[in-house]
Design a protein around this ligand. Structure first.
Ligand SMILES: [Zn+2]
Length: 321
């Protein structure tokens, strides 16, 4: 495991596996910024390897098939174009999992974008979780663990990732870039707390959009600058930024320690604004719940005018009763 903050969880996982305390169903949230995808890939290879030690051996027949991308006992399901994962796809998967493994090892299925499963699809999966066959492993990667139905969650091992602190992030970035960070780079990296991979992408200029969405929303709310005009292709980012900003306001309102704040450059202005407008945590939580709900319904239903719906949310923030 090359990412230092994932070494300890990986060590634990391998120990549990060798001690037969591993289980068949796993929820590994897709935390892109901490490297969850690489972690899960490493796990898939480990589970399929015919002679795994601290990781997959890389040499057995199973490892070679995996390397070639042709392993017959590995199944992957993912959302296409952000569409829902329907019951048909899951039924097809569960049928495949009932067949005997062709490589005399394990069968592994990885359901990516698991938060996009319809309720019907999730229910179709339940049966497989309830009666797992001996050598079958199921890995679900939703955006957040809480996106899964409780009935699913309660039958899985829930993996969590501890975010590395800012010092660890900066050390890692220094190592990756092969040089000391400039002051500007340090400040930039602080905008992605606990998400070193995202910070690295930002420093390498690889983030899709240079506009800092949260900053724009915060300015509109606090400083009454113009609100953005979300379009179909960037509205998801605006929605995510809205969620991130509300969460930050709640942290500020609850007076969490300075180092746990994600946007320190905005704290002072936000504090003054919360004070002046007398916005309570309850109010902020209400807005947050509405935003989460918006995210949920846009996943479940197509044809909604999300840009308009998001702008309506923002209106509530401005025109409070
Ligand atoms: Zn192997």
């Amino acid at each position: 495991m090359s990412l230092p903050w994932l070494r300890e969880p990986w060590r634990q996982l391998v120990a549990d596996y060798h001690n037969q305390r591993f289980g068949h169903a796993h929820c590994i949230p897709d935390r892109k910024g901490v490297g969850a995808e690489a972690y899960t890939q490493t796990l898939v290879k480990f589970l399929l390897c015919l002679q795994p030690q601290k990781q997959a051996c890389g040499q057995c027949k199973s490892c070679l098939l995996m390397e070639a991308g042709t392993h017959p006992d590995y199944y992957e399901v993912a959302s296409e174009d952000n569409r829902a994962i329907g019951v048909d796809k899951i039924r097809e998967l569960t049928q495949q999992l009932q067949q005997t493994a062709s490589q005399h090892g394990s069968k592994v299925a990885w359901i990516k974008d698991a938060h996009r499963m319809t309720i019907e699809a999730a229910n179709a999966l339940l049966k497989t979780l309830e009666e797992p066959s001996g050598n079958t492993y199921l890995i679900l990667s939703p955006e957040r663990t809480s996106d899964l139905l409780p009935t699913l969650r309660s039958r899985m091992r829930l993996h969590t990732f501890h975010e590395p602190n800012q010092t660890a992030v900066e050390d890692w970035l220094t190592q990756q870039l092969g040089r000391t960070l400039s002051e500007a780079e340090r400040v930039r990296s602080q905008q992605f707390p606990g998400a070193p991979l995202t910070a690295l992408a930002a420093l390498n200029g690889e983030l899709a959009d240079p506009v800092d969405f949260v900053q724009v929303i915060a300015n509109a709310m606090i400083s009454e600058t113009a609100w953005p005009q979300p379009k179909k292709d960037d509205v998801q980012q605006w929605l995510e930024a809205s969620l991130a900003w509300l969460q930050e306001l709640i942290r500020i309102r609850q007076r969490v320690a300075q180092q746990r704040l994600h946007y320190p450059q905005l704290t002072l202005a936000a504090q003054e604004w919360l004070q002046r407008e007398q916005i309570s945590v309850t109010t902020l939580n209400g807005w947050l719940a509405l935003c989460y709900n918006l995210r949920k319904i846009t996943r479940e239903q197509s044809g909604l005018n999300l840009p308009l719906l998001l702008q309506q949310q923002w209106l509530q923030w401005i025109h409070r009763p």
